[in-house]
Design a binder for this molecule. Sequence first.
Ligand code: LMR
Length: 424
Amino acid sequence: MYRHSVRRQFATASVLREWHQIPLAPPDKILGITEAFKEDKNPNKINLGVGAYRDNTGKPIIFPAVKKAEKKLYDNEKEKEYTAITGSKNFQDIVKNFIFNNSNKDPNGKKLIDEGRIVTAQTISGTGSLRVIADFIARFYNSKKIYVPKPTWANHVAVFTDAGLQPEYYAYYDTSKNDLDFANLKSSLQKADDGSVVLLHACCHNPTGMDLTGDQWEQVLEIIQQKKLFPLIDMAYQGFASGSPYEDISLIRRMTELAVENKIPTFALCQSFAKNMGLYGERTGSISIITESADQSKAIESQLKKLIRPIYSSPPIHGSKIVETIFNEGLLDEWLADLDKVVGRLNTIRQKLYDNLDKSNYNWDHLLKQRGMFVYTGLNPEQMKRLRDEFSVYATDDGRFSISGINDANVEYLADAINQVIKK
Ligand code: LMR
């Protein structure tokens, strides 16, 4: 008893001493930009940091279809009970049918669903799904190594490292050419350890906006088969390439086919409705694991529950109920039209930025090849610093612009600022 309390005293003392030693962490590479932007008093300031949609007046929006779904929920919702550890069955079924069965149009996806080969869990948006699958891989998979594109979303490496995985880069983009580095991409994947994990961006690669063509995907999938890599697909921007979530999903169509043929029998997909339904703060997403059999699915689902329960118990319900209402209560077409409008504005503003840029001493053609929420300008950290210090233009140091922060009122100011930092 005495020894026990002494030990506790020591433990407390050492903890207290350590509290004073905690070093200051740097601000988040992406979300920290917004904090700095808010402090800036310049009325012309522009925030091109976080990948979140703004309309042509610079304001965030709620999709009209989402507002209607919320109205229905307000009128009809009868309880706020906990949902299941892996979310509601209805939400899981919607995600499976929407993504893997292409809303009843993909026979391969349907076969996987009917055979019980897809386990879907609702998660705390895309980051939550990445963390859950990373923890799952760390716990059960025989390789801890995960190959991620260089560059990739700033948070990927942090999520995987914190989960105990060992991220390594594969070549993806050549900054000196402002283009995909496909030859090196292939050769670096060919050198990957057999049986390791590979992260693929389904569409609208973050941060570069440069995606592989169908033919290039085939070559990558060939390497994945040869090396028996486990594909982990991140799909945060479904719909932002073409305006239609059904068209942006050709990689998943091909993956379901390869899973049915047992050529790539298992893979995992992280997705969220943060961007394409504008449900950012509602934290609504999912992890799906494609398994080899219904029995495997059962075991995997039970382990996902065991993993999730001690972290956050169960996911939040408001966002998933919005998704369920949109899909099941006649709002699907309206949502698809809302999304198409959002993507249309991004494409228009991308073109306007391009039109206003001085091409006499810098080739800006890559801007028009990139797709989605971002342009990857190729500006170096020094030029980005000048944009920020001299023009109050805020974006990540890697030269990525979230173009939703651009609108008719600021596009000329921005282009002029860029032209000036390029000139000298
Ligand atoms: C981004 O890349 O800006 C978004 O995915 C938001 C985030 O959480 O980083």
